[in-house]
Design a protein around this ligand. Structure first.
Ligand code: SAM
Length: 357
């Protein structure tokens, strides 16, 4: 029987302080979702500071609930409170995180994702016991939207501006007119961002989750992008057809696949002779010690609750995890017959690998 040492009072106090802060964040997730869903952040951004009564008049929500919500948001440091006027303000920095969908640090999708992990938990508990998986389509329903919403700001701000230009000769091909497959495209945000930027090229997004493909088609129609420019098809990464493609992309999807090496080998067969495969993955170092930081903390949580169950529900069940790191990813990519693999770009959340034959 292991005997624990006597707790050190200073360490205990510091740790309880840390966990109280974490708990506050966990409790806040549903309130942040309310602020988004009910348009409270947007109202404070667009119409300025408000008391609970003023916010009730603006939004049609019940004043008593708003009073409690505003107090919690002020205690969180998410809103500023002016004791003289009794008004609550959404400062510009907080607006970038909670209200401005176009901001590079818009993090509402992260809170939505956190909420879906609570919904997934009973199924994941069964998977812990059995070693099996939970299929992507069986996880919490709004998880697909939450994932898309979390990653989209990064794609909007980096994909066309930095990631594609970091690849060897790819932008020139896209400008001339290239064929592109976006594999594991989910709701298709990455596909549509590329299609908007390169009107001479043709894009097809593949995903094995039919509801996501339906959502991607809807988004394409909303952006006025016809099937001559961009199509979405239900297909797995190991059996999609078409090509030869000048560029294949995988955005935050390779580590979710059951057989990523099989996917790599199939992608190889669909690429044009001088084609490029761009793999965008959560940013991670190769060793655990490199990832014990706030971003690693988020990704290991998502990995436990979403990514591992997704992979383990598929054939092979490689379960790379969201923090696989470049070394392990490169091994899988090389198994697919790619001889040249390099890190072309990175952001705080993502790394971009370029693979060529
Ligand atoms: C984390 S989501 C990323 C979605 C999208 N690329 C994005 O960045 O928003 C992973 C996606 O991979 C898809 N996926 C997982 N395994 C797959 C497979 N074997 N074949 C095709 N798609 C797969 C899932 O359906 C899901 O849409």
């Amino acid at each position: 029987m292991h005997t624990q040492r006597t707790p050190d009072p200073d360490r205990l106090q510091a740790f309880v302080g840390q966990v109280l802060n974490d708990l506050g964040g966990a409790y806040s997730a549903s309130l942040v979702k309310l602020g988004d869903r009910l348009g409270l952040y947007r109202s404070l951004r667009d119409q300025g500071p408000a008391t609970s009564t003023e916010l009730a008049e603006r939004t049609g929500c019940a004043e008593r609930y708003l009073r409690e919500w505003l107090a919690q948001q002020a205690a969180s440091g998410y809103l500023a409170w002016d004791p003289d006027s009794g008004r609550f303000e959404l400062p510009p920095e907080q607006a970038m995180v909670f209200a401005n969908e176009d901001s590079p640090v818009y993090l509402i999708g992260g809170f939505e994702n956190a909420a879906t992990t609570f919904e997934n938990e009973p199924k994941v508990a069964d998977a812990f016991r059995s070693g099996g998986g939970v299929a992507w389509g069986e996880q919490a329903q709004c998880m697909f939207c939450a994932v898309a919403r979390f990653f989209r700001p990064g794609y909007e701000h980096h994909l066309v501006q930095q990631w594609l230009p970091a690849l060897d000769g790819v932008v020139e091909k896209l400008e001339r007119g290239a064929r592109v497959a976006d594999v594991g495209c989910g709701h298709g945000h990455s596909t549509l961002i590329m299609a908007r930027a390169f009107p001479n090229s043709r894009f097809v997004g593949y995903d094995f989750h039919a509801d996501s493909i339906e959502a991607a088609r809807r988004h394409a129609r909303e952006h006025g992008l016809g099937e001559d420019r961009v199509r979405f098809e239900v297909a797995s990464a190991k059996d999609f057809e078409g090509g030869p493609f000048d560029l294949v992309t995988c955005f935050d999807a390779l580590h979710d696949m059951g057989d990523p090496a099989g996917a790599a080998a199939h992608i190889n067969t669909r690429l044009a002779p001088d084609g490029t495969w761009m793999i965008v993955e959560p940013r991670a170092g190769d060793d655990l010690g490199d990832n014990l930081n706030p971003v690693g903390r988020l990704f290991y949580a998502a990995s436990t609750m979403i990514c591992l169950p997704t992979s383990l529900a598929q054939e092979t069940g490689a379960a790379l995890g969201a923090q696989a790191g470049q070394r392990r990813l490169s091994g899988v990519i090389a198994e697919g017959g790619f001889g040249s693999i390099r890190r072309a770009a990175e952001t705080p959340f993502n790394m971009v690998l370029e693979a060529r034959r």
